[in-house]
Ligand binder design. Structure first.
Ligand code: 2P0
Length: 323
């Protein structure tokens, strides 16, 4: 019987965003999404099984907060209720990037955890089932199970599927992290507040579905200009909807707008670069892999930038070792 498993999953950044849930569902997104996994942003998770005692959760080497412990033990309860696993577990998760700073930590975290729990499962779980189970922990985690360029449709019990393998992608992303004084509202809280109070929420849901179809077409054509322009429009539509909630949520900082304008000016100068922004102030730039060094060197010189991370696409969630 397996006693201990070590897994890794990469974080992902959406080109078409998931924002909003179907009320009353099992964490079912209201908008379909498309993302690229990032090899430089990963979470490694070690899971050990015990037959007696309670679940224990450690994040980056220290005991997790009550809130994080509760979220993860409830997730383990779901696996136990589905009779996939039994017993109790010690979970130790380490991200190589700041947790909860708008760098998609729950995506890689829940994908790595689901991948590890699958090793303890009574029945063999395929990729589709694993993506569905990861989604129950965090919507974006469904896409980190499959990695590469993945699409995550809506519907009943949806799962992500791989569109293009990481090794076959010619694009990369440059993460530009900035100083943000604002206390972060979690994506989960933010999307529920948006659903309940934004006058533009229904419009956003319709637009998300249209953008998703259009993005699939642009990806098929390998048209970076179309992919990038659509990604920018979709991210701005999502943030407009979020900002129109009452009271408003503004995830951006002054540096966010400054970087958006810089990216547009680099494009005017001939660089093929496009921005996207998650539930935070950081900006992610999509470009050809060959342009990442130039983009990073330009980004590092900008005022208000804390750290620049260049990343090629990453693969799906994987087992590093099992005992
Ligand atoms: C995305 N985000 O598509 C969008 C863009 C943030 C902005 O998916 O409640 O942490 O755990 O399902 O997955 C963040 O949402 O939310 C997210 P839950 P999650 O990447």
């Amino acid at each position: 019987m397996i006693k201990r498993v070590h897994t890794r999953a990469f974080s992902n950044i959406a080109l078409i965003k998931y924002w909003g849930k179907v009320p009353g569902g099992d964490n079912i997104p209201a908008t379909p999404s498309i993302s690229i996994a990032l090899r430089e942003l990963s979470t490694e998770t070690e899971v050990e099984r015990f037959d007696v005692g309670e679940d224990r959760v450690f994040i980056n080497g220290v005991k997790a907060t009550d809130k994080d412990t509760e979220r993860i033990t409830s997730y383990l309860d779901m696996w136990r209720e589905l009779e996939l696993i039994e017993g109790n577990y010690s979970i130790s998760s380490r991200a190589n990037f700041p947790i909860a700073a708008g760098l998609a930590s729950s995506a890689s975290g829940f994908a790595a955890l689901a991948k590890a729990l699958a090793e303890f499962s009574r029945i063999k779980l395929g990729k589709r089932k694993l993506s569905q189970l990861a989604r129950r922990g965090s919507g974006s985690a469904a896409r980190s199970v499959t990695g590469g360029l993945s699409a995550f449709p809506v519907g009943k019990d949806p799962a992500a599927r791989l569109l293009i393998d990481a090794r076959r992608l010619s694009y990369g992303m440059v993460a530009i992290t900035v100083d943000s004084a604002r206390k972060k509202i979690s994506s989960r809280e933010g999307m529920e507040h948006t659903r309940q109070t934004s006058p533009f929420y229904n419009k956003w849901i319709k637009l998300g579905a249209q953008d998703y179809k259009e993005m699939l077409r642009a990806i098929n054509l390998r048209n970076l200009t179309r992919i990038g322009e659509l990604m920018e429009s979709n991210t701005l539509a999502m943030h407009s909807c979020i900002m129109s909630a009452r009271p408003p949520i503004v995830y951006w900082s002054p540096a966010t707008i400054y970087i958006i304008q810089k990216v547009r000016s680099w494009r005017d100068e001939g660089l093929d670069v496009y921005f996207t922004i998650d539930a935070g102030a950081n900006v992610f730039v999509l470009c050809m892999k060959d342009d990442m060094d130039l983009v990073a060197s330009k980004a590092e010189k900008l005022q208000g930038v804390v750290k620049v991370i260049k990343s090629e696409p990453g693969g799906g969630a994987e087992v590093i070792s099992r005992q």
